[in-house]
Ligand binder design. Structure first.
Ligand SMILES: [Zn+2]
Length: 438
């Protein structure tokens, strides 16, 4: 008889393996941080410390949010309905100048609470004071890849850029052995980073064998600016600096032509698609079906809470599926399975975590969510992929396991004091109001 720490039984398992295998009456066995059994209920006799009854719901891999600015949860709704540059220069950058460690810690922990409650078990973050985001994720016990945002101007955290590289290096060294927190080198964008900064960032990423993450080709304004400065398109500019490669994660990639997509594919650059943010800031629509056709690995992200305004990948999946259908005037593009793969296994591969998470397979880390489908909007269920992408919401997630540990049980967070973080987030909003008014 097998012994497990946790068994999840009595649910439909979407494994998201290479064949998108579905197990109708499934059961999962977990020991320590690892999945040891995925199969049918009836085939298994076992002993378990803890049994979770999925109550005929859906069991699937935890979702992967490929692009966030977690602590921006404290800026949600602060300045909506503005163009990207006005929004950045007149609202976001000025308040960010006043932030400190504690502000980022509270904002990041608030974001972790929201993400876990919406079924996200891994996120990829770029922000200031990222040591605090790492601490928040570590304390919430959520998996993440994160890095300090690097740019040419002085940072409220580290000051001049040389210090930014030192800060990044110390993050890499400090968190190297952590089971949940991984570090990347993160230059902000082509329009805020000099060629020297980009080259140094790339060298550091190579030295430590960590990913390099950047916002890329997000707006037409960016494309024009890079053209004027360097007489190149953004992808050509990165190519000329030697930055294209399999460990480059490019957020957005909205304004690309056919040659750009071919280069992303050729160099195995990973792309994170953030449709809601691109829609809200009217940045444009990334040519995702074209990238997928060329074999580019594409994950899904929400971007920060100030440009979305939530961290719910269920609404992101719904929007991603529909946006491309209407752009292409073709309802067959971005089908539900493709979109759910972007939010799970393809997202994991984009972050370099494909061997760890993103699918429910023996030997992988146990990052698992259980959806309660005993609800009017999810009954009856002909096709679970369809329900997840087109009908479900984050609040339908009942249980969340990350790295083998139950972190949400019947929608109660077990690693975060939710009431405490809500009170602290409100206190921080009083500060933000003051900063905006001066
Ligand atoms: Zn972003």
């Amino acid at each position: 008889m097998q012994e497990y720490d946790i068994v999840i039984e009595n649910g439909t398992i979407l494994t998201m393996d290479d064949d998108n295998t579905v197990i109708a009456e499934g059961c999962l066995g977990i020991r320590d941080d690892t999945i040891l059994y995925v199969g049918e209920n009836s085939n298994k006799s076992f002993q378990a410390q803890k049994i979770i009854d999925a109550q005929e719901g859906v069991i699937l891999p935890g979702l992967i949010n490929g692009h966030t600015h977690a602590a921006m949860s404290l800026f949600r709704g602060l300045a909506d309905d503005r163009p990207l540059m006005d929004w950045l220069n007149n609202y976001i950058f000025p308040v960010e100048k006043k932030m400190d460690e504690e502000f980022v810690y509270i904002g990041a922990l608030l974001a972790c609470a929201e993400m876990i409650m919406n079924g996200t078990t891994t996120f990829c973050d770029m922000y200031l004071f990222e040591e605090e985001t790492a601490k928040a994720a570590h304390s919430a016990e959520i998996r993440c890849l994160l890095g300090e945002v690097l740019y040419d101007f002085s940072s409220p955290n580290y000051g001049p850029i040389a210090k930014g590289f030192q800060y990044t290096e110390s993050l890499i060294k400090k968190w190297r052995e952590d089971p949940l927190v991984s570090i990347a080198v993160e230059p902000h964008s082509l329009f805020t980073c000099s060629p020297e900064l980009l080259t140094t960032a790339n060298e550091m990423a190579h030295t430590y064998d960590v990913p390099l993450i950047i916002h890329l080709a997000e707006t037409l304004q960016e494309v024009q600016e890079i053209k004027e400065k360097y007489n190149k398109k953004p992808i050509e500019h990165l190519y000329s600096l030697g930055l294209l490669g399999p460990k480059l994660i490019a957020d957005h990639c909205v304004h690309l032509d056919r040659d750009d997509i071919r280069m992303l594919s050729e160099y195995d650059v990973k792309v994170i698609h953030n449709p809601e943010s691109n829609m809200k800031l009217a940045s444009g629509i990334a040519p995702i079906p074209e990238m997928l056709a060329q074999g580019v690995t594409v994950g899904l992200g929400t971007d920060g809470c100030a440009s979305n305004n939530n961290l719910d990948l269920f609404s992101e999946m719904d929007i991603a599926a529909k946006l491309h259908k209407v752009r292409c005037m073709d309802p067959t593009v971005m089908d539900a399975v493709t979109v759910l793969r972007m939010a799970t296994i393809e997202g994991a591969r984009a972050l370099g975590f494909g061997h760890l998470t993103g699918s429910l397979e023996v030997g992988k880390k146990a990052d698992i969510i259980v959806m309660d489908t005993h609800k009017p909007h999810l009954t009856p269920m002909y096709n679970p992929f369809s329900h997840i992408v087109y009908a479900a919401a984050g609040r339908d997630i009942e249980h969340v396991i990350i790295n083998g540990k139950l972190v949400m049980k019947h929608r109660e967070l077990l690693t975060i004091d939710l009431e405490d973080i809500l009170v602290k987030a409100k206190e921080k909003s009083d500060l933000v109001r003051k900063w905006i008014s001066c």
